[in-house]
Ligand binder design. Structure first.
Ligand code: PEP
Ligand code: MN
Length: 368
């Protein structure tokens, strides 16, 4: 059961103490208190875990401090959708809204290689009115001999350039909890000129200790990639690890599943699951066409597979697109073959807008 307390009530309030006293009459009910930072106010949510069947919903709703009580009927207690559940399906971060009802594009470098590439990318994004990007500093690589990313050394110039070009949110993968501190420190040194969305890659979807550390901080939102070789349910439980530790600012990303049946694409595109994740949970959902397709193949209609797949994500209601670009893909140190070119950014965004409009028309068409 979830109790959403009235806006001015927190764990120190008398009203809260009355609820806690009442719960002492029941055995095996544990309380987990979450402070949820919304756009205008901070709300306290109390998650009751254990034998909550013994509790009466009406009685819990009648406590003076309780605004709303929800019986958790499904899995994914914190991020899932439950009956009569009015908890939000959006959050704000650094001036950008992330919601199940809108769309943000994160075009950028798979891996930061030089200040020149970063600047060319960010300049082009600003010219196109974009305020989000992706920049990989810590790269998980198949081979230990491959380029591992510039790590913390590149953070100062990445963040400074982001400030210069009005970038508000950078999706950046981390592979170890120490990277959170490195990012926080570098942001501070550059006067918090931008924001970071911590990305957990598909190879770490079930790295539970990493998930717990990332979930314990509430400063940065999280982009969690679906595990490429596990079930959707297992990946959604991974998201729940973040939320159960306190961070509900989570976006769930589909990036294709690893199977040879996906050939000639790098992974089997799974964007048909976008509406499924939106139905099961309150998380905005991202599609990553670059890591799904993995190359610059194009069909007889002259449209790149990456672009077709981007459109498929958006027409299915995706809320975020994470896509690799590079000023000179032949020189990219990671994933050059799947990078789009700077002179393709205009058409990419135009196509995105076309398909988003089609999606919005579809939503209107099916409105009751
Ligand atoms: C990435 O986005 O750079 C990446 C490594 O993705 P994935 O974890 O989906 O392979
Ligand atoms: Mn990559």
């Amino acid at each position: 059961m979830i109790l959403i307390l009235k806006p001015n009530i927190d764990a120190e309030s008398r009203e809260f103490q009355r609820i806690a006293e009442h719960l002492k009459n029941f055995q095996n009910i544990e309380m987990r208190v979450h402070r949820v930072h919304g756009a205008e106010q901070i709300l306290t949510e109390v998650y009751l875990i254990g034998n909550t069947a013994a509790l009466s919903l009406d009685e819990m709703r009648s406590f003076p401090g309780v605004e709303h009580a929800v019986r958790v009927s499904e899995e994914y207690r914190v991020l899932g959708r439950h009956k009569d559940d009015s908890r939000p399906n959006f959050f704000h971060y650094n001036g950008v809204e992330f919601s199940q009802d809108n769309l943000n594009v994160f075009a950028g470098l798979c891996a930061v290689d030089s200040p020149e590439s970063v600047e060319a990318m960010m300049k082009a994004l600003q010219e196109h009115g974009q305020v989000c990007t992706r920049m990989g500093a810590y790269k998980p690589r198949t081979s230990p001999y491959s380029f591992q990313g510039h790590g913390k050394n590149c953070l100062p110039y990445v963040f400074e350039l982001a400030g210069k070009y009005g970038i508000r949110v950078i999706a950046m993968e981390i592979t170890h909890e120490s990277h959170i501190d490195e990012i926080r420190e570098a942001l501070k040194q550059t006067g918090d000129s931008t924001g970071v969305m911590l990305q957990i890659g598909t190879r770490n979807t079930q790295n539970f200790e990493l998930l717990k550390s990332v979930g314990r901080q509430q400063e940065f939102p999280v982009l969690l990639k679906r595990g490429f070789g596990i079930t959707l349910d297992e990946s959604l439980h991974a998201a729940e690890y973040l939320a159960s530790e306190g961070n509900q600012k989570v976006i769930f990303a589909l990036r294709g599943m690893k199977t040879n049946i996906g050939d000639p694409h790098r992974n089997m595109v799974d964007f048909a699951h976008i509406p499924v994740v939106k139905r099961l949970t309150r998380m905005p959902v991202c599609g990553d066409p670059s890591h799904s397709v993995g190359g610059r193949g194009r069909s007889s209609d002259n449209i790149l597979d990456i672009m077709h797949v981007t459109a498929q994500a958006i027409v299915a209601g995706a809320n975020m697109i994470l896509v690799d670009f590079h000023p000179d893909p032949s020189k990219a140190l990671v994933d050059g073959p799947q990078a789009l070119r700077m002179n393709e950014l205009s058409r990419f965004l135009e196509d995105v807008a076309l398909v988003r409009e089609a999606y919005e028309k579809r939503v209107a068409l099916w409105k009751e």
